[in-house]
Design a protein around this ligand. Structure first.
Ligand SMILES: [Zn+2]
Length: 427
């Protein structure tokens, strides 16, 4: 497989998913010690790792290589799509509009360099139905759904991001969202997997991150427990089997007054906690005194995706919850920690992908810009404070005015003024 993917499902919004799979390049079947049995062609059901929809899979599964050896087909070249199952490689190229850089078409080249197939992505109409048909046909395509890398999905609900790991063991959620969103999130998950929800990791105790804990715990099953087996175990133990809720200990402390069925069941109090789930190492990393005193970010090591919680928010200035132990320096330390973990693709966009608590999918370059912005604003406000300016004077001086167009807010729960006040109050 040449590439892995990132996928986003957009819920409760009509926005298109902009970041998409890039198919271009050379694709090849993977053969290991099973070469004598598998050659020619990849394992059944594996179309070079290229994601295919249900209709295409049905078509592909009913195809038989004997078809092309029938006498009446002897003069047909192998179609381009044969390469998805054939013994050799597959090449895909794309053409972009020179001005807009939007994709005009993808071209699939066949195994034997014949019958190339062009998939037009620019919305052009099909030729007349009465026109002579060619072997290669006329194909149009459009993007549906979103992006995925490895097992990891980004679910965006009302501007908040929920990260999903979906795989053989089941489903893991980073953040549960508001309780009211649970049915919507469950139906999105059911489109991806029929396996149980195994665990939720809360990146903080906010209601829009941990509010759905109880709902997912109730319908889930703990990591490592099978369906029937876990029911048996639960019957013996006299307890309902529930999904695990992981969080930093301070999240549990914050939720102590909330109903117990939404409490984290597996907490940690040192630098990090480790899991191995869906064939990959998952690191839960604590960042002290940042958005709150209980922040975690979650790194999916094999998929190379980092879910940051509210340490990083592309929609506004970082939210510093002073009542819950947040500080500006903790935010900056957290952003630098993200930069330590992420690795960009060589001289280009991409590399480790970063899912912020709120906002759009990012890579390291986006975090660098944001870290610089926050650091510059910290320095300005710090200088003003050191020079004896009061909070009111600092707010009146508008130290954030060059960034306000992008990150500022004059209404809502997190205004520019509240941000300046939080920085001023924690340096
Ligand atoms: Zn948040």
């Amino acid at each position: 497989m040449r590439r892995r993917f990132i996928a986003a499902l957009l819920l409760g919004t009509t926005l298109p998913a902009l970041a998409q799979v890039d198919f271009i390049g050379e694709w090849a079947p993977r053969f290991h010690e099973d070469q004598p049995e598998r050659i020619p062609g990849p394992e059944l059901g594996d179309y070079l790792g290229i994601p295919v929809n249900d209709a295409l899979r049905l078509r592909a599964d009913s195809w038989d290589a004997d078809l092309v050896s029938m006498p009446e087909r002897q003069c047909n070249p192998h179609p381009a799509t044969y390469s998805f199952r054939g013994p050799a490689n597959l090449r895909v190229s794309k053409e972009a509009d020179p001005v807009t850089q939007e994709i005009v078409s993808y071209t699939i080249y066949g195994t034997f360099g014949r019958a190339t197939r062009v998939i037009w992505m620019d919305g052009r109409p099909h030729p007349s139905p009465n026109a002579a048909h060619t072997w290669a046909g006329f194909s149009t395509g459009k993007w549906e759904g979103g992006i995925l890398r490895g097992n990891i999905y980004m679910l965006s609900v009302a501007g908040r991001n929920i990260t999903l790991s979906v795989g053989p063991e089941g489903v893991l959620l980073v953040d549960a969202g508001l309780a009211a969103w649970a049915p919507q999130i469950v139906s999105a998950i059911q489109k991806l997997s029929i396996k149980p929800i195994r665990c939720v990791i809360d990146t903080n105790a906010d209601e829009d991150h941990a509010g759905g804990n109880a709902a997912f715990a109730k319908i889930g099953r703990p990591v490592g427990a099978g369906g029937a087996g876990s029911q048996l175990f639960a019957d013996i133990a006299g307890a309902e089997p529930r999904a695990d809720i992981y969080a930093h200990i301070n999240v549990l402390n914050r939720l102590a007054a909330a109903p117990a069925d939404g409490w984290p069941t597996s907490t940690y109090f040192n630098e990090s906690k480790e899991l191995f789930f869906n064939d990959e190492a998952v690191q839960i990393i604590h960042q002290p005194a940042a958005h709150t005193d209980g922040d975690s970010m979650v790194f999916f090591r094999r998929s190379d995706v980092l879910s940051t919680g509210d340490l990083f928010d592309t929609t506004g200035y970082p939210r510093i919850d002073r009542e819950r132990g947040g500080t500006i320096q903790g935010i900056i330390d957290g952003l630098n920690r993200i930069l330590d973990i992420t690795i960009p693709a060589a001289q280009q966009e991409g590399g480790t992908m970063v899912i912020p608590g709120h906002g759009r999918l990012c890579d390291e370059a986006d975090v660098v810009e944001y870290r610089d912005m926050v650091t510059i604003l910290r320095d300005r406000i710090q200088d003003m404070k050191r020079n004896g300016m009061t909070l009111d004077q600092v707010i009146a001086a508008r130290p954030t005015r060059d960034y306000d167009g992008r990150y500022g807010a004059i209404s809502g729960p997190w205004t520019t003024e509240r941000f300046v006040e939080a920085v001023y109050g924690t340096i």
